[in-house]
Design a protein around this ligand. Structure first.
Ligand code: N01
Length: 543
């Protein structure tokens, strides 16, 4: 879009007003820095603004999936359920925006299209789809890990006469499926939450499954007052403890091997975790994600639970995952997912055996069968971790980020990438991000970045850049750690496998939230080891 304005100048430009961008703005204000935030949505909340599909809720407990930076905020906010629903989390995001007066620096309905670094001026110039032009010393990408929705390129998609929806772009006024024949494509976390709710409304629901997933019942319910109070009473200590755990979630880890106990004892422990519900199931033993034999015991247990729940054993067999170790694709959490397949109005279709060949005017064709539909829900996921970043034309020294990451993302700590000075990523590839409680990881990154820019200011520096050596070493370390686990055995979006042509590398850092935090803190304490720091004045004097 043409523009004639000269750029407005800020200390920092932030891309995205989800939980990461909002807290970043708050911290920068606290440092007396000027910042502006661009947000593509018409409201704050990021992933919770976009993902409004039926049944959407968080699979980390509400008492833990919330900001910890403000003691007042965490005391005053009341969650109504153990696992908060999307509308409630969005209300919370809006409450935070109001409470900390964030909105005056957030420009909504504005998508950042380009960001260019000028090495002479040591500033980023950022453009938007509305013609804004902004210059800032630092650019912070708070663009989210799962914010670029993906619809596979099914032939005939445009000719479908009914309505289509993607879970990650759900209409704001909801969708009424009453009396309709609905198809859901995909059986990841989003579908597993949406399917039971849509099944209650639809005349008939067809679930098109390519790969079954392991799902644990959430056992969600109203938040008991005493439970909320027990957290609030001890919040500072509990939050601190969570920051040093592997996933950033207090999940009652059992620090013994699944192979150390008798079969009976193992079964007792799995039964207990299954009855308690939620992702804590994966903390039943300490080796489920590193030892195939240990993993098999947990996977067998869940497969048995599926067979117990689903009456038609041929459907149960289709729903029971057999091709990836449990937990190596994101473990799902549900309310009545497997039981939904006992309903007479729900049909499971195995599109592994008979792939979807076409979307027709009347529905979906898989094999020889055309399923007549009034609506199709694409629960087909996201171009994860890199999609939102690479959708922006990011350039420095004549190179684009797209070119630099041609063979997969390369970062130092998931915070910066060499050759792109003064650009920070929040929960970028190479950090624990999607393998952790995102709130814990977001706060850790925001605090690290805020401390970093404050340090630069205090030391008269205005430029920071990851060195190539440090980045190479971090990428190597990340790969080594990932390959000590079972994660790379799954065709997951963690590996980029869901996007045709995307380089297949394990993107998040799996070393654990606590270990990672210690590494980041040590690096900062050593004057930002592995980063090159400089000031423009010094550079000019040297020339
Ligand atoms: O997406 P997904 P999602 N033909 O990529 C299928 C977070 N999240 O939106 O596995 C047929 O997991 C695909 O099949 P396959 C969470 O981190 C959190 O569900 O590629 N099927 C798969 O079944 C999660 O992991 C929460 O064989 C096709 C599905 O589409 C992440 O978001 C809630 C296909 C995509 O599953 C993404 O979850 C929701 C094709 N051509 C999401 N292409 C909570 O906090 C794709 N599929 C609870």
């Amino acid at each position: 879009m043409a523009e004639t304005k000269s750029p407005a100048a800020f200390d920092v430009v932030i891309v995205g007003a989800g939980f990461a961008g909002m807290y970043m703005l708050h911290r920068l204000r606290g440092l007396g820095m000027s910042a502006c935030v661009f947000e593509a949505g018409s409201g704050v909340g990021g992933t919770w603004y976009w993902n409004r599909y039926p049944g959407a809720r968080c699979d980390v407990e509400s008492m833990q999936y919330s900001y910890s930076f403000s003691p007042e905020l965490q005391q005053e906010w009341r969650w109504s359920e153990l696992f908060a629903s999307q509308p409630e989390i969005l209300r919370y995001a809006n409450h935070v925006a109001d409470r900390f007066d964030l909105s005056r620096d957030i420009q909504l309905n504005t998508r950042v299209t380009d960001a260019k670094f000028d090495r002479t001026m040591r500033r980023w110039t950022v453009r938007t789809d509305r013609g804004d032009l902004v210059s800032a010393r630092y650019c912070v990408m708070a663009t989210g890990c799962l914010s670029t929705a993906r619809v596979p390129d099914f032939p005939g998609i445009a000719q479908f006469a009914g309505k289509t929806y993607h879970t990650g772009h759900w209409p704001h006024d909801g969708v009424d499926f009453t009396g309709l024949r609905v198809g859901v494509i995909g059986t990841g976390s989003s579908a597993i939450q949406a399917v039971p709710v849509i099944a209650e409304q639809a005349a008939h629901l067809f679930v098109f499954q390519r790969t079954p997933n392991f799902s644990i019942p959430s056992r969600n319910g109203p938040m008991p007052d005493e439970y909320a109070q027990s957290w609030k009473h001890d919040y500072p200590a509990l939050r601190e403890k969570a920051r040093h755990l592997r996933t950033g979630v207090l999940n009652n880890p059992n620090d013994i091997s699944a192979l150390e106990v008798s079969e009976q004892e193992r079964r007792r422990i799995y039964d207990e975790r299954w009855a308690a519900g939620g992702t804590n199931f994966m903390a039943a033993f300490n080796d489920l994600i590193v030892d195939q034999r240990a993993n098999d015991t947990a996977a067998d247990f869940v497969r048995d639970m599926i067979r117990e729940t689903v009456r038609d054993q041929s459907v149960a067999e289709l729903l029971a995952p057999k091709n990836h170790p449990i937990g190596t694709k994101r473990i799902c959490v549900d309310t009545d997912y497997y039981a939904t397949f006992n309903r007479p109005n729900v049909t499971l279709i195995d599109v592994r055996r008979t792939p979807i060949s076409q979307i027709t005017a009347a529905g979906i064709r898989a094999g020889d069968v055309e399923y007549k539909l009034d609506a199709i829900v694409f629960a087909t996921g996201f171009d994860a971790m890199t999609g939102a970043l690479l959708n922006i034309d990011i350039r420095s020294d004549g190179t684009t980020l797209q070119q630099k990451w041609d063979a997969g993302p390369r970062t130092y700590l998931g915070l910066m990438t060499a050759g792109f000075p003064n650009m920070f990523m929040i929960t970028g590839p190479g950090s624990p991000s999607v393998l952790s409680n995102m709130m814990v990881s977001i706060e850790q990154h925001v605090d690290w970045i805020a401390d970093c820019v404050a340090y630069l200011r205090a030391h008269g520096e205005d430029c920071i850049e990851a060195t190539q050596d440090a980045e190479d070493a971090w990428v190597l370390h990340g790969n080594e750690v990932a390959h000590q686990t079972l994660y790379p055995l799954a065709n997951s979006w963690y590996m980029g496998v869901n996007i045709p042509g995307k380089p297949q590398v394990f993107m998040p850092y799996i070393g654990g939230v606590g270990t990672y935090r210690d590494i980041c803190d040590e690096i900062a304490a050593e004057g930002y080891r592995g980063f090159a720091l400089s000031a423009r004045a010094q550079t000019l004097a040297a020339e």
